[in-house]
Design a protein around this ligand. Structure first.
Ligand SMILES: [Zn+2]
Length: 348
């Protein structure tokens, strides 16, 4: 099956967009993180993603499909499988002319506390994210990271500092809230996180323990949780003696805390690490692998192992070798090149 990437994933033979970054008449939404959603006329998503999409973008015509429920659409069959990335996150299996193509979207294989357990899906063609597709990103067991988080929070309290856990409002925050409540902490939540916790609860995810909306005048003994962007707010900057702990897979890089200007970065990730990306490629049985969202390294690593793999680029005049041709030649070629040709020439 032909695969192109042009501000979203496109399968031209069946005219299907997935995670399109520009408004389309119809697009699959793998999950509701902001870099995967757009105001499309119609979306195909899981019920939880549909709810989160409505919260973030607004109402759209929606075909909502549960996991493992095949759906025949035009001339192909579409089935969602859990991606384990955040609530409702889905891998998309497309079956067309006897071929199985799987798009993982963002995924992880470690089982989290706050969303559906992931699974590996067998396929012929695999399109996988490779955000952490480098050997430096071999994530420790989640329990180990939880322990480090508890230790850092306890140390902050001992030193009279205000522990502040920074995590994206969808997915990471709900996972971190579960971890903190399990550790017996009282947690004060930024409004944007609380709203999504409420949606999780509507979708039957329980949070047991002491948590409440953040009140900057009453944080004594509480762990504060907020998205990283909220730290720039004037009121938040007035918090005395903050001790900031950022939860991100990038924490495997020892320089991360300087980049994020936080006291610490702990590698609690909602993505697959290098070992799980490799495991997925092998266990899926894919004969062709396309990589997406990371850089070239993972695809070249797979090629060295004998896997037919290539990295999908965003097409742009600037980045494409086609774009670097002399003007006259480029104009002549651009009239005859299809979008697919352009993408393929930029990925070779
Ligand atoms: Zn995501």
């Amino acid at each position: 099956m032909k695969v192109v990437y042009d501000k979203g994933l496109y399968l031209p033979e069946i005219d299907l967009w997935m995670d399109a970054k520009r408004p389309k008449s119809r697009s699959v939404i793998s999950h509701a993180h902001s870099d995967h959603i757009q105001s499309h006329a119609e979306i195909i998503a899981t019920p939880a993603t549909g709810k989160l999409f409505e919260h973030r973008v607004g109402r759209a015509r929606a075909t909502l499909l549960d996991y493992n429920q095949p759906y025949d659409l035009d001339n192909f069959r579409l089935t969602f499988y859990s991606a384990g990335h955040c609530l409702g996150s889905a891998q998309t299996l497309i079956e067309f002319n006897g071929e199985r193509l799987l798009y993982t979207g963002d995924f992880k294989l470690r089982c989290g506390l706050s969303c559906e357990p992931p699974e590996v899906v067998e396929c012929d063609t695999l399109i996988t994210e490779c955000t952490f597709g480098h050997p430096m990103f071999q994530f420790p067991e989640d329990e180990q990271v939880h322990k480090l988080l508890y230790e850092e929070i306890d140390r902050a309290f001992r030193l009279g500092l205000q522990p502040m856990v920074l995590a994206y409002s969808l997915g990471k925050s709900q996972e971190a809230l579960k971890v903190l409540l399990r550790g017996g902490y009282s947690v004060a939540l930024h409004n944007s996180i609380m709203q999504i916790v409420d949606i999780y609860k509507e979708m039957s995810i329980e949070f047991e323990g002491d948590y409440r909306p953040l009140d900057l005048s009453d944080m004594d003994g509480m762990v504060v949780m907020m998205p990283p962007g909220a730290m720039r707010g004037y009121a938040v900057r007035s918090i005395q003696n903050p001790y900031t702990i950022y939860l991100s897979g990038w924490g495997m890089d020892p320089r991360a805390r300087y980049r994020y200007r936080t006291n610490s970065v702990l590698p609690l990730s909602d993505h697959a690490g290098f070992d799980d990306l490799n495991r997925y490629v092998i266990e899926s049985g894919a004969k062709k692998v396309y990589t997406l969202y990371g850089d070239h390294f993972f695809a070249s690593h797979l090629r060295q192992l004998g896997v037919d793999a290539e990295h999908l680029h965003e097409y742009s005049e600037k980045s494409s070798p086609v774009g670097k041709r002399p003007k006259a030649k480029r104009k002549a070629r651009s009239e005859t090149l299809s979008l697919l040709d352009l993408i393929e020439s930029s990925t070779s």
